[in-house]
Design a protein. Structure first.
Length: 421
């Protein structure tokens, strides 16, 4: 049956395998590196870094290199990414801490993969690679369930700051949120037989339960917002059903809040932290600390609005301001130990001033206006943009490795059949 999940997945793999059969040995290695890169993102930073090097190496050796370079120059999204990267390099000219600046730029170097991938991936490759990423994330989810329900002390110690040994809490919850939203869209956008719907819905429940069990607050908050976005995207096709998606997500959140002590505790801590910070000016908590860092960041922006403090000076300006604004935390508090503002927008505004924040927003704008022939991918692109805009207010998503490489991969996949808007 053509509307079965098994048939659609089989068709993707068959089409990709047939396509790979006609590729040169170098091109096979190139696409194999991309597949492995996607698979290892949720599993291993070392594996992700290793295969990113492989992607660049085989791209350089590819006979299609010159054609892909010409195509990348025509892409507004790729151009926006390169401008952002070059601005960060230029910011080294007025930084006082060159070593710190070079380290920052080195972490951003994954962005170079965007023009490489967007000019190399079509429909057949994009679906195949997306399934590879989902497979890696599924393994990560299974491992997190094992850690949660079995007495594996060594793994629990490694996962002390996250639900799995290789991803932090925030990144893991956001990856889950992206996949949960994608399955939502898949169920609404495509026709499936009853068996396939049961499988997808069961998988969706499997992921949602894991999200709440792992206590990823930022992922849950983003998922609530995304439920509104999904309802808006399908307001015409499923008017009654779409209008109930946000209410359903709120109800699910409340059920988990009252039935899971772990999630209840983390949610209450977040609420108390924000309340104490805004009402009592007590920022000594996780979410209160984020507000303090953002408050200090805004003060630095007022002092350096035009070109910022330079690529490598943000961390040092932050610590200097923390001494002035929160002297009680200099020796005892965790706030003083922070090395970034936990906010991508403030981070770029502080480092590069107006050009920095404009170039960052231009990346999201160009990603939004570029259309994809695949309607499902085009809607998923909207989900990705909203996710990273929201996530950007609680972390430096284009500098931390897992969120950065996830954005690189998914944005490139979703523009594999790009039509400039």
């Amino acid at each position: 049956m053509e509307n079965s999940l098994r048939h659609q997945v089989f068709t993707v793999f068959k089409s990709a395998n047939n396509h790979f059969g006609f590729l040169s040995p170098n091109e096979k290695l190139f696409f194999s590196s991309i597949i492995a890169f996607a698979f290892f993102i949720p599993l291993s930073k070392f594996g992700t870094s290793l295969f990113s090097i492989g992607i660049m190496l085989f791209w350089i050796l590819s006979p299609e290199r010159n054609r892909r370079i010409r195509e990348s120059k025509k892409s507004r999204f790729s151009t926006a990414v390169i401008i952002y990267l070059l601005l960060n390099v230029a910011g080294l000219l007025w930084t006082s801490h060159l070593d710190s600046g070079l380290q920052y730029v080195r972490k951003l170097s994954f962005l170079i993969l965007i023009p490489v991938l967007t000019t190399s991936l079509g429909k057949r490759e994009s679906n195949y690679i997306l399934y590879s990423f989902i497979a890696g994330l599924l393994i990560s989810v299974i491992i997190s369930y094992v850690i949660l329900f079995f007495d594996l002390n060594s793994l629990k110690q490694k996962a002390a700051f996250g639900p799995v040994p290789f991803i932090d809490h925030g990144s893991y919850s956001v990856l889950l949120t992206i996949l949960i939203s994608f399955i939502f869209i898949l169920l609404l956008d495509r026709e499936f037989d009853l068996r396939s719907k049961v499988i997808l819905i069961s998988f969706e429940i499997f992921l949602i339960v894991n999200l709440f069990l792992s206590g990823g607050r930022i992922g849950i908050v983003i998922l609530l917002f995304l439920s509104i976005v999904i309802a808006f995207l399908y307001r015409k096709k499923f008017k009654w059903y779409a209008s109930h998606i946000p209410a359903s997500m709120i109800l699910i959140t409340l059920i988990f809040y009252f039935s899971m002590p772990g999630f209840n505790s983390r949610a209450n801590l977040a609420y108390k932290g924000v309340t104490k910070a805004t009402v009592e000016n007590d920022y000594n908590s996780s979410w209160g600390g984020r507000l303090a860092l953002q408050k200090v960041g805004l003060e630095i922006i007022k002092d350096h609005p035009l070109i910022g403090v330079g690529t490598g000076d943000a961390e040092f300006e932050l610590k200097a301001k923390m001494c002035e604004a929160f002297p009680e935390f200099v020796t005892t508090g965790s706030l003083f130990k922070a090395t970034d503002f936990h906010d991508q927008f403030i981070q770029d505004f502080v480092r590069l001033g107006l050009p920095g924040i404009i170039s960052l927003l231009y990346i999201f704008i160009t990603l939004f206006i570029c259309k994809n022939k695949n309607v499902l991918f085009d809607k998923f692109k909207t989900i990705l943009i909203v996710t990273y805009l929201l996530y950007g207010f609680s972390g430096i998503v284009l500098h931390a490795m897992i969120p950065l490489v996830t954005f690189v991969l998914l944005s490139s996949l979703l523009l594999g059949e790009e039509i400039e808007g």
